[in-house]
Design a protein around this ligand. Sequence first.
Ligand code: SF4
Ligand code: SF4
Length: 344
Amino acid sequence: MLDEDIKKNIQKCTRCALCIQNCPIYEIKKDENNTARGLICKLSGYDKKHLLESEIKKDLKICLNCSKCETNCPSKVKTSSIFAYKNAVLNPSKISQRILLATKLLPIKILYFLNFFKKKPKNNLETNVLYFKGCIAQAQHKKTYLDEILFNPNFACCGLPYLTCGDLKNYNKAKNKNIELIKKANKVVFDCASCKSAVENYPELTEEDKKKLIFITDLKNNFKLKENSKYKNKTITFHKPCHLAKKDFEKIEEFLSSINEIKYSRLDNIDSCCGFGGSYFVYHPIIAIKIALKKAKTIKNSKADLILTACPSCTMGLRFNQLFSLNFKKTLELRDFINNELTK
Ligand code: SF4
Ligand code: SF4
């Protein structure tokens, strides 16, 4: 049966259907069983013993865990917590669970291996404003702008890969380490949308704790383009990761529009997903390719010379998408763009 937290969340749903319009899976399958509203109805039926576990498992597995439904829900239903349930309780067999997790973490392990002998960037300043540097940036040992100004206490993984694979033991371990650091901090600055969203969803954080979690573009920065930047007078666009909060997206647009000598242009269908979704591609390649093709077409039709984003998983997805359209536009993480192309 469902636990109390999930039940409370399910009861908040008014069945208004506003979550359907941006669901990337609904866009492809046109089946309401795979939307947040459909899944909530089914889980509710399961809880009342009207449906068997086997009747809801299949539909729950197709969800991309993109949280777009949560962002659009006027009743503030925490769909991400509800759908994490599918991994925590209705999870696949132990072997497939381990294979899935290994597939997800493989690129990070390869990066750690490749950069093993590289020197880790040193923090210049010790402060209680902390830098949450995600696993991939940590593994790359790449110096970013935030390394220069903030203290990076080596947070654990945000936990999202563990949660979506049903590995609650490692999820809780990572979460508890991060919570301990967040409680002591004044502010925690993120440059990855998915890490920030995963941390914001830790149920143990209070509203006061959550106010400490900010995005890189919340910092007061007066950046300008470097003299020798190859993007001078070029058009730049931004792919909005599914997990990026609306207010953070608005700040990013404001930030990019404020930089002289580049032209910021919003991508069409701004809410469309890259289709990558961590290891989603491994389990649902047809759906993932259909989503990716749509995105690739939008990027191909855009006038942008450079595509920025704020999630390493999206960066990989966008590069992969462009293989389909044979149209290779440069794709960069926002943090790398700031580090390599901007100055004060
Ligand atoms: S938008 Fe929220 S309240 Fe409306 S149907 Fe979807 S989950 Fe339920
Ligand atoms: S998390 Fe994404 S894919 Fe899953 S139901 Fe919500 S909008 Fe659809």
